[in-house]
Design a protein around this ligand. Sequence first.
Ligand SMILES: Cc1cc2c(cc1C)N(C[C@H](O)[C@H](O)[C@H](O)COP(=O)(O)O)c1[nH]c(=O)[nH]c(=O)c1N2
Length: 229
Amino acid sequence: MRPDCRDDLVRAHAFSVAERDAIYHAIETRRDVRDQFLPQPLPDDLIARLLRAAHHAPSVGFMQPWNFILVRDTAIREKAFEAFERANGEAALQFEGARRESYRSLKLEGIRKAPLSICITCDPDRAGPVVLGRTHNPRMDAYSTVCAVQNLWLAARAEGVGVGWVSIFHDADIRALLGIPERIEIIAWLCLGFVDELYGEPELAVKGWRQRLPLEDLVFENGWGQPQG
Ligand SMILES: Cc1cc2c(cc1C)N(C[C@H](O)[C@H](O)[C@H](O)COP(=O)(O)O)c1[nH]c(=O)[nH]c(=O)c1N2
């Protein structure tokens, strides 16, 4: 056996079992939160840890294109909620009949209830016009910013903080509300706060909107549509 194939060497960089389990626990119990927010403000040191987690996300060419706009102000959050309501009325009309009624019964934001919102943006110019890894796909900077969102979301789960992503807006409304320049892309509006409970499964699944797909149907091998052997 080659010495570098010894099991203890191959696994030298793995976490301990307890650490590994904690990571999977955070991943599997992370939830999108809409209605379970408590009003207590989040401590500054906790918010700093969440932002640090987000800032340690991978990014194309290490461009770190993100900014984080913290919105605690009640009047601004109220205006964001009004923007959501306008867009949500339009969204409901995309569905017909019972599905529309079902959509209307869902709560799809926690903007007013959560004590903190964070708008996460992407600056495409952060690292100059030519970015290592972005040349053939300009969306890579946005994808990087989404990685930051997910880091924050998982760290929040570990901290007992609920996060809800709200995307039912016209960008122009949020841009005007927060003074975001045209060249900056709005990636996410996140609602954050401590929670009184968390769903064990996605709320949309619990409420019958849509179920988790079987993983085996989504995994191919060596080509599109080829099931695993
Ligand atoms: C890009 C993006 C955008 C949105 C979301 C997610 C993501 C990734 N989600 C949350 C989404 O509904 C939720 O993640 C799924 O239903 C799965 O549930 P869990 O996140 O596992 O609880 C979401 N939820 C909601 O109530 N209103 C919204 O506008 C959005 N927008």
